[in-house]
Design a protein around this ligand. Structure first.
Ligand SMILES: [Zn+2]
Length: 223
């Protein structure tokens, strides 16, 4: 499970590096091409956000969409403003539904880009271009995609074949789109993130199996 508590300052100032460079000009440029429907939902046309977003738009084919509370993530324009070169593997320590609810809560102080269920379903809750608060480490959050897996670290039976397969397809897609190497330096455990006190995904997570599945997905997927 992700948590920002006790880590680097929560959601920093909304003015990102891009905002400093382009100021209000970017807002008008985006607004000019966005059209009336987009303008009514202008909250995302803030400095630092170079691209209009559509509610429900997802980054990986076939996943569902539920928006995490805006309190649990930060607007960004990745990979333009931050390079994405890590995947952080998490375990929810709760059910799929309770994790979705947690990330929707403005008091939870954490979120992840994706939650993978034991039945293989996936819900995206934060756009990959944005920074989800999942690792407890600001720099790691800015450079990574966070994937939660439904289960408990001490219950190996929670890590089903369907869960591994769906997560591996997702991870392979992320690796392909950002050019991330499939190895344990770039696909890391939450427990390996500097400064964290979290233990997920724990000793029962089968890294060899997972990376093998990611590699075979990449080998068979269209270029
Ligand atoms: Zn975690």
């Amino acid at each position: 499970m992700g948590s920002e508590v006790g880590a680097a300052p929560k959601a920093g100032p909304r003015r990102t590096r891009r905002a400093v460079l382009f100021g209000g000009v970017g807002v008008f440029a985006v607004a000019a091409i966005a059209g009336q429907d987009e303008l009514r939902r202008a909250w995302w046309l803030l400095p630092g956000v170079g691209k209009p977003r559509k509610e429900g738009e997802v980054d990986h084919a076939g996943v569902g969409w539920t928006s995490a509370s805006p309190a649990n993530w930060r607007l960004a324009d990745r990979p333009e403003d931050y390079r994405v070169d890590r995947i952080v593997v998490h375990v929810t320590q709760g059910s799929f539904a309770s994790s979705v609810d947690a990330f929707k809560s403005p008091f939870h102080q954490a979120s992840a880009h994706y939650i993978v269920g034991q039945d293989g379903r996936i819900e995206q809750m934060v756009r990959e271009m944005d920074v989800a608060f999942h690792s407890g480490n600001r720099a790691m959050n800015e450079r990574s995609v966070g994937i939660e897996h439904e289960g408990f670290v001490d219950r190996p039976q929670d890590f089903t074949q369907a869960l591994y397969a769906a997560s591996a397809r997702l991870a392979a897609d992320v690796c392909r789109r950002y050019g991330i190497p499939v190895d344990r330096r770039h696909i890391v455990a939450h427990s390996e993130v500097p400064g964290t006190d979290h233990t997920d995904p724990g000793p029962h997570w089968d890294w060899d199996r997972y990376l093998g599945l990611v590699r075979s997905e990449l080998a068979t997927a269209p270029a």
